[in-house]
Design a protein around this ligand. Structure first.
Ligand code: COA
Length: 263
């Protein structure tokens, strides 16, 4: 993997957990085209690797998760280029959302613009107490273009989303927790260890059931309530056909810990 992204695949120490680190600390991990390409490649590697059960995404350096799209690159756009610019980022973030394995953002500092949108494309967000969140695009004369206008309202409701997108102000981790933008807040020094511990706990769950949970819950954002229930029942049925379902229920009845194999 080239240098704007670091990919640590699972080791004995972190069984089942891959860590992707955004690695442009001198530019606060701003998302340029090269980084987005490498992030997409890292996500694809995680998707294909059966040893990867859970993915953690974090930023390098003490200051930032990601301070947004690279404004130097962004500046060069016109109307046509801007649409492509947005679509390229959206494609990477949708790949994260649809990976089929849980992805947790460990937000270690600024998560602004595209950085906040990247965190929102992850299934959960754990933040350092020093983290700051915001959608400051309004201050650049544009709107969020990597999914922020769609994912932020779903996470925090329309009123708070309007406030963040229209005013462009930053909020701290405590406020992000209060409005439901993040799941958990830890002291900065503990963030990665705590996130990895949670990720490893998830990695021991039945992989097909994890995939099924993500797929069914994601449908709630895309389809009507009735259609969603139909999708849930279908996916529920699919999980009942797995060996892991037989193992999980048998282990409960036998009063032992289940051993899941993703079949
Ligand atoms: N794109 C490109 N470069 C960025 C960047 C971005 N989104 N965010 C930060 N950088 C660069 C700075 O230009 C600076 O580079 P330099 O040292 O070569 O001059 C470096 O990262 C450090 O940033 P700096 O602004 O000096 O740090 P700070 O601590 O004073 O301020 C922020 C931190 C996050 C408040 C500030 O960098 C900022 O507002 N960034 C832009 C946030 C934004 O609007 N994001 C949405 C983009 S669509």
């Amino acid at each position: 993997m080239a240098h704007t992204i670091l990919l640590d695949l699972p080791t004995d120490g972190h069984a089942g957990v891959a860590v992707i680190t955004l690695n442009r600390p001198d530019k606060l991990n701003a998302l340029n085209a090269e980084l987005l390409r490498e992030l997409h490649a890292a996500i694809t590697t995680c998707q294909y690797d059966p040893n990867v059960r859970v993915v953690v995404i974090t930023g390098s350096g003490p200051k930032a998760f990601a301070a947004g799209a690279d404004i130097a690159e962004l500046h060069a756009n016109d109307a046509v280029g801007g649409k492509l610019f947005a679509e390229r980022g959206q494609a990477v973030f949708t790949a994260i959302e649809r990976l089929g394995k849980p992805v947790i953002a460990a937000v270690n500092g600024f998560a602004l613009g595209g950085g906040c949108e990247l965190a929102m494309a992850c299934h959960m967000r754990f933040a350092a107490d020093s983290a700051r969140f915001g959608q400051p695009e309004i201050n650049l004369g544009i709107i969020p273009g990597y999914g922020g206008t769609q994912r932020l309202p779903r996470l925090v409701g329309l009123a708070k989303a309007y406030e963040l997108i229209l005013a462009g102000d930053m909020i701290d981790a405590a406020e992000a927790l209060r409005i439901g933008l993040v799941n958990r807040v830890y002291a900065a020094a503990d963030l990665l260890d705590q996130t990895l511990a949670f990720a490893q706990m998830l990695a021991a769950k039945a992989p097909l059931a994890l995939y099924a949970c993500l797929e069914a819950a994601q449908a709630s954002a895309d389809v009507s309530g009735l259609e969603g229930l139909y999708i849930e029942a279908s996916i529920f049925g699919r999980t009942c056909g797995s060996e892991d379902f037989k193992e999980g229920t048998r282990a409960f009845l036998d009063k032992r810990t289940p051993s899941f194999h993703g079949r």
